[in-house]
Write a protein that binds this ligand. Structure first.
Ligand code: XMP
Length: 511
C-alpha cells in the first residue's frame, strides 16, 4: 500500500481535504502534507497533486516551494493555484485576470488528449474560483482546454506526465471531476486502486499487532462511531489485552448506557461499564454556565476514567479514536505560510501522570471511511449511522442548572423525537437531532386545568461536518404528531417549539 500512494501538497485551499476524499473514493490511498514540508520519502509516492490556495502566486507570502524533485520526475497534477504556481515556477506568466472567474464554466478541448480527457465530453461543466490567470504557459507547455473566460484552463508540459487545470475537479459542481482525477491517477500515473476498507483492516490489524505486541491497551468508549470502530480494530489485533471503559455520566440518551454496553459485550469487547451518574450530577449541582458545566464534566470524566484505568495493571497504551481531519497539518492562511497542527480535544484531556503511549488506529482515515471500515468488520449499521452526540451530553441541552428530574424529562422528550424520526424514515436524512429543555415555564390548559410547565425545543440540522448547518424542513405532519406525543406523554412539558436557525449565526447546540 505504501508504494502506491498519492501525495497531495497543500497550499491552504479550503478544498484540499475534498481532493483527498475524492482520491480515496477511487480506492487510492493519499496523504495531505503542507507545501513547506515535502516528505523526505518522496520516492514512495507514485503521483503528486498540487492543491489550490487563497494566495496569489504574485504575493511574496504565497507558497513557493521548490518543485524540482517532483516536476518531470513523478506524474503531477496541478489544480487551480497549483496550476498557476507550476506555470510561474516553469517559465510561464501569471497576472490578475480581467474577467470574473468564479463559478460554473464549460470546457472546450483545444488538443485531443485522449487519456487525460477519457469519457469527458465537450462542454463538460467545471467549477472555477480564482482571481489571477495564467497569461503565458510555461516552457514546453501545451494548451489542452479553454473555457469562455479562461483561455489556459488546462495544459500539460510536453514530454512529461505533468498536467495542470485551472478549475477544481474535487468539487461536486465539476461534473466530470472524479473521472478526470481517475484518468490522471489510474491511466496516466498508473496508481493501483487497492485501498479498500478490507485492505485497511488487514494492514492496520497487522501494524497494531506488531506495534503493541503483548502489551495492554486502554480505550475509552463513548458509544460513538469513532471509538467503537477503533475498539473493534484493536480487539481484532490484540483481543483481551484491549481493556475498554464505558462511563455513564448520567447525561446520555434514555436507556443508552444499558443498550450500548450490551452491544459492546455482544461484539466480544472486553468492556467495563462504570455508572458514575451520581458523581457527575453532584459535580454539576447549581452550575448554569455552559463552559463551567463542560469543565466540571471533563474533570469528573478524567477522575473516573483514571480510577478505572489504574485498575488495569501494567497497561502501556492509551488508544484514541482520533481521525484524519484532526491531525492534518493545516496551512495557515492568516499568519503567513507557516504550518500549525490543530489541537485535538481528546489529546488535550490526558492527565500527565498517566504515562501511557498513545495509539490511534484511525488517524489516517476520514469519517466516511471510518463508517465503511466499521461496516466491513460487521459493526451494526444502526450504530455506525448514529447522529453525533456531544461529549457533555444532555448537560448542554438543559439550559440553566441541571437536576436529575430535568434529565429524566429531557430523556423522555428526546426519545420520542428520535424514535419518531426513525419510525418515519427521517433519521438518516438528518445529520444531527435532539431536544433542548428551556429554562422557562409557559402557561397551558390541560382538560379544565391551567398548567404552568416546561417548554422544549426540537432541533434537527443538515450538515457535512458540523462547521455550518441548516435546519431541516421536517414535514408538518411529523412535527404535529411529535409535539402531541411529547405533551401527552411527558409529565412536566406543555409546549414544544421547533428551532429554525441556521449555523452561522446560531450554533447547533444551544449552549
Ligand atoms: P455547535 O454547537 O458548536 O456544535 O454548532 C457543533 C458540533 O459539535 C458538537 N459539540 C460538542 N461535542 N463536546 C463535544 O464532544 C462539546 O462540548 C460540544 N459542543 C458542541 C455538537 O453536538 C455538534 O455536533
Amino acid at each position: 500500500m505504501q508504494q502506491h500512494n498519492v501525495l497531495i501538497l497543500d497550499f491552504g485551499s479550503q478544498y484540499t481535504q475534498l481532493i483527498a476524499r475524492r482520491v480515496r473514493e477511487l480506492n487510492i490511498y493519499c496523504e495531505i502534507h503542507p507545501f513547506n514540508k515535502i516528505p523526505k520519502n518522496i520516492n514512495s509516492f507514485k503521483a503528486v497533486i498540487l492543491s489550490g490556495s487563497p494566495f496569489s502566486v504574485r504575493s511574496e507570502e504565497a507558497p513557493h516551494p521548490d518543485l524540482s524533485e517532483i516536476r518531470g520526475k513523478k506524474p503531477l497534477l496541478a489544480v487551480c493555484y497549483g496550476a498557476q504556481y507550476l506555470a510561474n515556477f516553469s517559465g510561464g506568466l501569471v497576472a490578475p485576470s480581467n474577467t470574473r472567474e468564479y463559478g460554473r464554466a464549460n470546457l472546450s478541448f483545444i488538443k485531443n488528449e485522449e487519456t487525460f480527457f477519457k469519457d469527458i465530453s465537450v462542454g463538460s461543466q467545471v467549477w472555477m474560483s480564482h482571481s489571477d490567470t495564467i497569461k503565458e504557459l510555461p516552457t514546453n507547455g501545451v494548451l489542452l482546454a479553454s473555457t469562455h473566460d479562461v483561455e489556459n484552463a488546462a495544459y500539460k508540459i510536453e514530454g512529461e506526465n505533468t498536467y495542470a487545470i485551472q478549475f477544481h475537479p474535487e468539487v461536486y459542481h465539476s461534473t466530470d471531476g472524479a473521472k478526470l482525477l481517475k484518468n490522471f491517477l489510474v491511466n496516466i500515473a498508473e496508481v493501483e486502486q487497492n485501498w479498500t476498507p478490507n485492505s485497511f483492516v488487514d494492514s492496520t490489524v497487522n501494524n497494531l499487532k506488531e506495534k503493541i505486541g503483548d502489551d495492554k491497551v486502554i480505550l475509552g468508549l463513548s458509544g460513538g462511531v469513532d471509538s467503537t470502530v477503533a475498539g473493534v480494530l484493536l480487539h481484532k489485533a490484540i483481543g483481551e489485552n484491549l481493556h475498554c471503559i464505558f462511563v455513564n455520566n448520567g447525561l446520555l440518551r434514555k436507556n443508552e448506557y444499558e443498550s450500548v454496553l450490551q452491544q459492546y459485550e455482544g461484539m466480544g469487547l472486553n468492556v467495563k461499564g462504570v455508572d458514575a451518574s451520581n458523581r457527575f450530577l453532584d459535580a454539576l449541582e447549581g452550575i448554569s454556565d455552559p463552559e463551567t458545566k463542560r469543565k466540571a464534566i471533563g474533570r469528573v470524566f478524567i477522575e473516573v476514567f483514571d480510577d478505572e484505568a489504574s485498575k488495569v495493571e501494567n497497561a502501556k497504551w492509551l488508544a484514541q479514536g482520533t481521525i484524519y481531519p484532526d491531525v492534518i497539518e493545516s496551512v495557515s492562511v492568516n499568519g503567513g505560510p507557516s504550518a500549525t497542527i490543530k489541537s485535538h480535544h481528546n489529546v488535550g484531556g490526558l492527565p500527565d501522570f498517566m504515562k501511557l503511549k498513545v495509539v490511534e488506529p484511525l488517524r489516517m482515515i476520514f469519517k466516511d471511511e471510518v463508517r465503511r471500515v466499521g461496516a466491513s468488520m460487521g459493526i451494526d449499521k444502526e450504530l455506525l449511522g448514529r447522529h453525533p452526540f456531544p461529549g457533555p451530553g444532555l448537560a448542554i441541552r438543559i439550559l440553566g442548572d441541571i437536576t436529575s428530574e430535568k434529565v429524566r424529562i429531557l430523556q423522555e422528550v428526546d426519545a420520542i423525537f428520535i424514535n419518531g424520526l426513525k419510525e418515519d424514515g427521517l433519521y438518516n436524512k438528518v445529520w444531527q437531532a435532539g431536544a433542548i429543555l428551556l429554562p422557562v415555564n409557559s402557561v397551558g390548559v390541560m382538560g379544565d386545568e391551567r398548567t404552568y410547565e416546561k417548554v422544549v425545543a426540537l432541533r434537527a440540522v443538515e450538515s457535512t461536518d458540523g462547521m455550518t448547518a441548516d435546519w431541516v424542513n421536517l414535514p408538518y405532519e411529523f412535527l404535529q404528531k411529535t409535539s402531541n406525543k411529547i405533551i401527552n406523554n411527558v409529565k412536566g412539558v406543555n409546549r414544544v417549539v421547533y428551532d429554525i436557525s441556521s449555523k452561522p449565526p446560531a450554533t447547533i447546540e444551544w449552549e
